[in-house]
Design a protein around this ligand. Structure first.
Ligand code: G16
Length: 541
């Protein structure tokens, strides 16, 4: 390995003294000004991972839902998945290494992982629209080049598009062409095919207002519009031409604050949705005639999609095993509806799509969504083959049509990771096919009132959790206090966990009324503040 070149370039990307970062829920995230060395080193690490797996690896420069001043980096594994956890540890170790330690850490990784140094390396790079992203992606390129890797820079691209490109490349384009045009063509073709059977009164139903969070989603939807059929009328807002990324808009803002984004005027009953900063999350919403805001979040998306798939499976007479994967944030009503009414098994994992994705792989069909709108559907190879075979060979017309619908659904879904564009098209198609309005979709079940808050503490690592983050193990006394508070309210539940993308502790509560959910969340926040080293002013009601 050319350590000399690594060291030479490394001197141009020095680590700020005393800085220590963790590969968190979705890679490294912090203020953009602190990340130059991390980007360079992740370029180097991507080359090693590429050599070890003999595959193309992705590096995405983005901080997704975080404020514009932040940035971050996510590494994408060969099948378009999030980076394997052993390599997350190497990433953390390398990012925090002092200059003189880099060489020995790289040697150790190569030994442990049997990296062949003469193997060809290929890295795909993408970035979001943050002002800092262009320079930071150049630092990734420096890292790749320092170790003699080859790279393809896709420039401005959504995170799920980069995941898609990596998977296409590593399957010799079996999954699709590894180009942005190829992505648009594949998805739009599947969408057109899938919606062919929708009733013609669908025109109204296919009208959608999209808040693009002032991010990359706007650019990519503008590019994609000409591939989409005319009956899907999309209107883009917060397209980044005027306001700041994620500021008072975007999927995270809408979900957490349970209110519409700035910059999008909603007429009663209009169907609207919000993407996040790198277009991997989506939530829907509308205002009723009384002007009340209704959020249709990731749990309702999972319910809609799994109901649609289950109905088709019944039609084709297949007993493929389907399950839904959620996290602790899933609304209690959604879990109950899925298990009791839909009779679909539900599993709970830790936050982070990497955890949900792996669980979902255990089933023939795994539908996974976080309540925040991050998710997708995975079809096992065997399930996909059965469905494609039936779509072609089945003699009974009705069964064959249902199998074709499933086949088009498979082609419309980005199976590598949650993808706001792909999810939006799947949802629009299902609503059109089922003739559902957004209100009817929302009415499938009623969410329990809930609240999410953030608490600032000196060191969020003092909170350790268990049971898929539903219980706190440390600091001592915190869980006992939460249990005591939860008992005061009806239909209540609460948990706390350290965020893996922001320097905060997250608090979640649910109860019979909004007032009670708010009050429980506030009391739990105070407990965190007092028992876990809160900083600044105590949380206010
Ligand atoms: C990322 C992850 C999501 C996770 C979210 C919040 O989303 O990909 O799976 O739910 O962070 O994580 P945390 O609560 O640990 O901060 P994104 O859209 O920001 O990449």
């Amino acid at each position: 390995m050319d350590f000399e070149a690594v060291a030479k370039y490394s001197a141009l990307h020095l680590k700020p003294a005393g800085l220590s970062l963790q590969y968190g829920t979705a890679g490294f995230r912090t203020k953009a000004g602190h990340l130059d060395h991390v980007m360079y080193r992740m370029g180097v690490l991507a080359v090693l991972r590429s050599r070890q797996t003999k595959s193309t690896i992705g590096v995405m420069v983005t901080a997704s839902h975080n404020p514009e001043e932040d940035n971050g980096v996510k590494l994408v594994d060969p099948l378009g998945e999030m980076l394997a956890s052993a390599w997350e540890e190497y990433a953390t170790c390398l990012a925090n290494a002092e200059e003189q330690e880099i060489q020995s850490i790289l040697t150790e990784i190569c030994q442990k992982e049997a990296v062949k140094l003469n193997q060809r390396a290929s890295v795909f790079i993408g970035r979001d629209t943050r002002p800092s992203s262009e320079k930071l992606s150049q630092s990734v390129i420096d890292g790749v080049s320092a170790l003699g890797g080859q790279y393809h820079d896709y420039g401005l691209i959504t995170t799920p598009q980069l995941h898609y490109m990596v998977f296409c490349q590593n399957t010799q384009e079996h999954y699709g062409k590894a180009t942005v045009e190829g992505y648009y063509q594949k998805l739009s073709k599947a969408f057109v095919e899938l919606t062919k059977q929708a009733s013609s009164s669908g025109d109204d139903q296919m009208c959608l207002k999209i808040d693009c969070a002032n991010g990359i989603g706007a650019l990519k939807l503008k590019e994609m519009e000409r591939y989409l059929p005319k009956k899907l009328l999309i209107h883009l807002y917060n397209d980044g031409t005027k306001e700041k990324l994620n500021h008072l808009c975007g999927a995270d803002f809408v979900k957490v604050h349970q209110k519409p984004p700035l910059g999008l005027e909603i007429k009663p009953n209009e169907r609207c949705c919000s993407f996040d900063g790198d277009a991997d999350r989506i939530v829907y919403y509308y205002n009723d005639t009384a002007g009340h805001f209704h959020l249709v979040d990731g749990d309702k998306i999972a319910t809609l999609i799994s109901t649609f798939i289950k109905e088709l499976l019944i039609k084709i007479g297949q007993t493929l095993k389907m399950a839904v994967v959620q996290t602790a944030y899933a609304n209690g009503s959604s879990t109950r509806y899925l298990e009791e009414t839909m009779k679909v098994p539900v599993h709970c994992t830790k936050t982070g799509v990497k955890h949900l994705h792996h669980k979902a792989q255990e089933f023939d069909i795994g539908v996974y969504f976080e309540a925040n709108g991050h998710g997708t559907v995975l079809f096992s190879k065997a399930a996909e083959e059965k469905i494609r075979h039936m779509a072609k060979e089945e003699k009974e017309n009705q069964k064959r049509d249902a199998a074709k619908m499933l086949e088009n659904t498979i082609d419309l879904i980005n199976q590598t990771v949650g993808d706001a564009i792909s999810d939006m098209l799947v949802i629009e198609a299902i609503l059109a096919l089922k003739g559902l309005t957004v209100q009817q979709w929302d009415a499938i079940y009623t969410d329990l009132p809930n609240r999410q808050l953030k608490v600032k503490v000196a060191d969020r690592r003092v909170i350790d959790t268990t049971d898929a983050e539903r219980r706190a193990v440390t600091p001592p006394g915190l869980q006992e206090k939460i249990d005591e508070l939860v008992k005061k309210y009806r239909l209540s539940r609460a948990f706390v966990r350290p965020s893996g993308t922001e320097d905060v502790v997250r608090v979640y509560s649910e109860a019979d009324t909004q007032e009670n959910a708010d009050s429980l969340a506030h009391e739990v926040s105070l407990a965190v503040y007092h028992l876990a080293g809160g900083i600044g002013e105590p949380p206010q009601p």
